[in-house]
Design a protein around this ligand. Structure first.
Ligand SMILES: Nc1ncnc2c1ncn2[C@@H]1O[C@H](COP(=O)(O)OP(=O)(O)OP(=O)(O)O)[C@@H](O)[C@H]1O
Length: 424
């Protein structure tokens, strides 16, 4: 029985292939084009740039955590990696072979080695089937373990921490955590090397979550598994990951070893995410609300660095301001775009003394600030915002060039990537 757990996929693997990372993702891009047919011929189509030029490797036996806010493209990236979605551009190499070049039977065989588990164990388990046959289903689909499927299913139920006697129970007879364990057993049924875990514990209570995560780590060691683990929850990511990739609006902004990322974050977005982790002491202040404004639409993402429209560290354009002047202009810009500033005739002085107590900057910067204040006096906030955006934000290097830098790690020796022009 346990002989059946031997890594069938490693048979015939040559040493070159073993030196390769298990998964190599290069420039992966996934766009969704919305609107087909008659309406789009009238109104045109819209392209959602869900994943844009994403590259990373995952080593054998490693867990790469992928974290980011809802809608940033984590699930789309995962599904494109597994070729459940066709990429718009880029490549995915699994054990050195290009998945994009595969189709039909070869892709189907490769998929056996790549499984996925989802957040909601309730909806992914057929309520009319008993859990034993649920676990056996992938074995049947791939024509594997003929004659020993039940024995293997019972063995796997045991390995994921369930009672093998529960083979004949239905999903509704299990708790949420147990159902996710059934899902784990099913993912392991065809002896994969790689499992994409998409928010697998997000629907569970914290204590159950920790138990399932611990089981996943034990299974990883025992079966030599490699995980791509997706979560919006930083504490889960920290608990389970060897390295962490941070995603924002379709792109990776930072990638480093877990301790390095948490102790030495180098991207302002990662920094903001870490600061927004709820603190254990609710009386402690200043730990929330760091991320201002909404995530821009992936239909028209900002040029250059996609985080720049919310970035507290936007770099000054080259128009001759001191750091202190730029700090004040940036604060003024934030207040204008938040639409919280109301200026009437008597308020002009108040605005100047609130934001520019030592006077506005000289030259072009000062002219733009004066023009924005005039627009606010005329109750035209949009014009004020446009003037500031065109003069300052759009001329920053953050708007003009896509950042990509490697920085020196402080904790450990792994490589640390940060897509921020502050590292110029
Ligand atoms: N089939 C689709 N057609 C059009 N747009 C899509 C499609 N699937 C996803 N998107 C869009 O792509 C972007 C990324 O979505 P995705 O579900 O990958 O994000 P996510 O980070 O996994 O979010 P969540 O954590 O909420 O699941 C979103 O703007 C989403 O609306």
């Amino acid at each position: 029985m346990s002989g059946a757990v031997e890594r069938s996929s490693d048979a015939g693997v040559d040493t070159d292939e073993r030196d390769e990372p298990l998964l190599r993702v290069e420039g992966l891009t996934k766009h969704f084009t919305q609107g087909d047919g008659f309406l789009s011929s009238l109104f045109g189509t819209e392209t959602v740039k869900a994943v844009e030029d994403v590259s990373f490797d995952i080593e054998r036996g490693e867990t790469l955590g992928l974290v980011g806010e809802s809608g940033c493209g984590k699930s789309t990236l995962a599904r494109t990696v597994l070729r459940l979605l066709d990429p718009t551009d880029g490549s995915v190499y699994f054990k050195g072979a290009d998945l994009a070049a595969m189709s039909g039977e070869r892709l189907r065989r490769q998929r056996q080695d790549m499984q996925m588990i989802f957040q909601d164990p309730q909806s992914s388990l057929d309520p009319r089937m008993k859990v034993g046959p649920i676990v056996e289903e992938p074995m049947r689909a791939h024509g594997l373990y003929e004659g020993e499927r039940e024995e293997r299913a019972r063995m796997l139920l045991n390995k994921v921490g369930l009672d093998p006697q529960h083979y004949n129970r239905y999903p509704h007879q299990f708790s949420g955590g147990q159902r996710q364990r059934v899902n784990l057993a099913r993912a392991l049924a065809v002896n994969p090397d790689f499992i994409v875990c998409d928010e697998p514990t997000s629907a569970l209570d914290a204590s159950i979550q920790a138990q399932v995560l611990n089981t996943m780590r034990e299974l990883q060691r025992e079966f030599g598994l490699t995980y791509l683990f997706i979560s919006h929850d930083l504490s889960v990511i920290r608990h389970i990951s060897d390295r962490v990739a941070v995603m924002y609006l379709g792109q990776l902004v930072e990638l480093a070893g877990t301790d390095e990322l948490f102790e030495n974050p180098q991207h302002p977005y990662t920094d903001a995410l870490l600061q927004s982790i709820p603190v254990p002491d609710p009386r402690a202040t200043g730990a929330r609300g760091v991320l201002e404004g909404d995530v821009p639409s992936p239909i028209e993402p900002p040029s250059g660095c996609r985080f720049r429209t919310r970035c507290p560290k936007l770099i000054a354009p080259d128009i001759g301001m001191t750091d202190a002047e730029w700090e004040r202009v940036r604060r003024f810009m934030r207040a204008v775009s938040r639409r919280t500033l109301v200026v009437d005739d008597t308020g002009e002085q108040a605005v100047r003394s609130e934001f520019f107590p030592n006077g506005t900057p000289s030259g072009e910067a000062g002219d733009a600030v004066a023009e924005a204040i005039d627009a606010l006096l005329a109750d035209d906030v949009d014009r004020a915002e446009t003037v500031l955006t065109e003069t300052f934000a759009e001329r920053s290097i953050c708007a003009r060039e896509e950042p990509a830098y490697e920085v020196e790690p402080e904790v450990g020796t792994g490589r640390h990537f940060s897509a921020c022009h502050l590292h110029r």
